[in-house]
Every structure is written in C-alpha cells, then in structure tokens.
Design a protein around this ligand. Structure first.
Ligand code: NAD
Length: 394
C-alpha cells in the first residue's frame, strides 16, 4: 500500500514537473520559443509557444482558461505545425494560452495586457486567432493593441475578417467526406456519393451545425444529432433546415431535444446509431475503449480536435472502421484564416478550402490504399516530410 502511494506521489510530481519544466519539450521539430508572460499590474499570466516556423510564421489561436499549462499549449502548437503543413499553407505552428477565469476576468483588458507582452513576435513569428473564450471582440482588442491588422485572423468583418461563424470548418469537414467518397468509389463499404450516405453528428455548435447544413444541402441523410444535453434520431433523415434553429444552444431549453420531428434519444446514444459516417464535433477524448465498441459505423471523420484515443483508433481500425484525423478533416478553419490573412473575401476563402481539402484528402487516401496504413500515420508522414524539407532550406 505504501509503495502505491509513493508511486502515485512520484508520478504526480513528475507530471507537475513536466507541466512547468519547458526544457522537457524540445525535439527535432521545436518548440523554437516558449514565452511566459506576466503583467504585475493586471496579474495576467500567459504562455506563447512558437513551435516551428520553417514554413512561415507560426499560426494558432489563443485561449483564455483557468487551467492553461505550458505543456497543454505546446501540444496544441505542435498540432498546428502538422495541420498547416498538411494543408500546404505557408505557416508554421504556434498557440497561446492566458491563465484566467474567462467568466470573471475582464477579457478585453486581459487581451490588451497579453498583446503588449507578445507584440515583438507578431506577426513576424506568430499570427494569432480565436480559440476557447476568445471571440472577434477580443481579437479586435489584440490587433489594436499590437497596432497591426496582420497580427491575427478571426477579426470582425469591418476589419476585413472572415468569422468562423461563416462555417469554414464545417464546410471543410463536408468536403473531406465528399472527396473521400469520390475517391474510394464504393471501397471501404462506403457509398459512392453523398446522396446515399447516412451520418451521425455529435455536437451541434459551430462545426457540427454548419457541417449538418452543408451535408443536407448536398443530399446526405443526417440521421442523428446530439448536443451537450440530448440527442435526436430519424432514420429517414433529419430536416436540417428546421433543426438548425436549435444550433449553438447555450442551455437545455434551447437544446436540439426541443426539435419535434425526430425521436428524442439520450445524448450518448449517438454512439449506438447505425450510420455510414460518425462525426465527433464536440469535445476531445470521446471515442475511447468504452465507446468505440458501440460504434455501428464504417468511418469516423474527426471534426473535433483529438476526439479519439490512440487505443480506440487502433481497435476501430482492426474492426475495419477507418478514422480520418482531425488535422486533415477540420483544417477548413485555418485555411479560411489564411485566406483572411491574404486579404481574400468569403467566397475566395470557401474556394480555397474546397481545393486544398479535396487535394489533401485524396493524397492521404491514395497513400493509405497503397501502403495499407492508417490515415493518421500517412497524414503525419506527409506533414513531417514538408516541414523537414522547409527546415533544410531555412
Ligand atoms: P461549440 O462550442 O460551438 O460546439 C460544441 C457542441 O458540442 C455544442 O453543441 C455542445 O452542446 C456540444 N457538446 C459539448 N460537450 C458535449 C458532450 N460531452 N457530448 C455531446 N455534445 C457535447 O464548439 P465548435 O467551435 O463547434 O468546436 C467543436 C470542436 O471542433 C472542438 O473540439 C474544437 O476544438 C474543434 N474545432 C473547431 C474549429 C472551429 O472553427 N470552430 C476549428 C477546428 C476544430
């Protein structure tokens, strides 16, 4: 018993050290810079991780959350390195976190303070964007304080921004599904076109609801949806044009459960729904060894960040259920950000998302079919090859 306690204490101490000891992070890819900021006047503490800039300035959002740690920000920055490289954007990877209670802090003041601290690095080494608890108002405060509109994307429209609310990420997810169906031509037990496809979507916020609208308008059948509170199911397909008014619910009274023309199901029954494609579009770590055996689908398209544990992904693959990874599937948002950075309009952003995601999805699938390897491994290889090549040249 004593040994177990000691092990637990040691484990916790090591885990804590890893959270604070940034010298434990570096590998051959980065991070190039880890900046810990502190403003004694406001008490605001922030962490900026610029992971790799071989392909261009690090791209990645900033979040306000009480539990931000350097380790967490580093993990998110690294994912951005791969996501930007796979999308073939001239960006590297970065991320920032501000440690504050988002509901108590004055977010604009927090943002201005953090902007002053990181100003020497933007936009030369980092181009920021919104993430958790940071919206267009905070981004406006950030770019004003830095004094450069190129300091961030996700700006309000009057500053030339392309808000995520236009559905760039959901659109990209839809394109990735469509492109893979086109290419797979009935292989992997999937139908050949969206018209014959059934989809279940977990999460009905920005990504889930915009995805549902695009799928519906292109003829796919969305058979089940859930949000934080509840779910709905209709084997014949949900009429998304009327269900859409329950998107972005902030409380139970606004939940998708209030939609009448479908059977109400418990939230987590979404995992039991028979469908061709299951799309997690809510939060991380939802497809685990507890939920994976319940899935009755042919493919998983990760719209959320990091929704599947590695163990669950391997388990599904062995059962013939292929998982298409987040940094391929949900890249529509960052591609839209690049369009904004280049001064393009919404239509140009959507055209760019379509062409880039289609191309990358086909590239990944072709290599998967050739080598018999999981899409995540193939996609990571492609991203690493591109970053390594840029590192040789810089
Ligand atoms: P959101 O807050 O707008 O929506 C989240 C949805 O998930 C809501 O409907 C919420 O009710 C539901 N939800 C929360 N917890 C749940 C649970 N345990 N079970 C079922 N449903 C639950 O968020 P979003 O912007 O749509 O982002 C969703 C995911 O996509 C996140 O993982 C995010 O990191 C990722 N992502 C978002 C973007 C973007 O542009 N918004 C880009 C890339 C990745």
């Amino acid at each position: 018993m004593k040994v177990v306690l000691q092990e637990t204490a040691e484990y916790k101490a090591k885990e804590l050290l890893e959270q604070v000891d940034v010298s434990a992070f570096p590998d051959k890819w980065g991070p190039e810079k880890v900046l810990h900021t502190y403003d004694p006047k406001t008490g605001v503490q922030g962490i900026l991780v610029i992971d790799n800039t071989a392909r261009g300035p690090g791209k990645g959002g900033m979040r306000i959350a009480a539990d931000v740690t350097a380790r967490m920000v580093f993990g998110l920055a690294r994912t951005m390195t791969w996501k930007c490289a796979l999308s073939d954007l001239p960006f590297g990877g970065a991320k920032a976190g501000i440690r504050a209670d988002p509901f108590k802090a004055n977010r604009i003041q927090v943002m201005r303070s953090f902007a002053r601290a990181v100003a020497p690095y933007v936009p030369s080494h980092w181009v920021s964007a919104p993430d958790m608890n940071v919206g267009e108002k905070e981004i406006e405060a950030f770019v004003n304080e830095v004094g450069d509109l190129r300091a961030a994307t996700g700006k309000p429209e009057h500053l030339g921004g392309i808000p995520h609310e236009t559905g760039t990420t959901g659109f990209g997810v839809c394109v990735s599904i469509e492109a893979l169906l086109d290419r797979a031509k009935g292989e992997m037990h999937l139908p050949e076109s969206l018209h014959d496809l059934t989809v279940a979507i977990q999460g009905f916020g920005n990504v889930g609801s915009e995805l549902a609208k695009f799928l519906y308008s292109r003829g796919a059948r969305v058979v089940a949806i859930c949000d934080y509170w509840s779910g709905i199911f209709n084997e014949k397909g949900i009429d998304i044009s009327s269900a859409a008014k329950f998107a972005y619910a902030k409380n139970e009274a606004q939940s998708i459960a209030c939609y009448k023309d479908a059977e109400k199901i418990p939230r987590d029954s979404i995992f039991d729904v028979e469908c061709d494609v299951f799309v997690p579009a809510a939060v991380g770590n939802v497809i685990t060894m507890e939920t994976a055996p319940r899935l009755r689908t042919k493919a998983v398209f990760e719209a959320a960040n990091n929704p599947t544990t590695s163990e669950a992904e391997r388990y599904l693959y062995r059962k013939g259920i292929v998982t298409f990874p987040d940094f391929l599937v949900n890249a529509g948002g960052v591609i839209g950000s690049y369009a904004e950075y280049k001064g393009q309009n919404v239509d140009e952003a959507f055209a760019l998302i379509d062409s880039k995601i289609r191309k990358n999805a086909v590239l990944v699938l072709d290599r998967c079919l050739e080598t018999g390897t999981m899409p995540r491994v193939v996609a990571l290889d492609i991203a690493m090859e591109r970053v390594a090549e840029a590192m040789v040249q810089t």
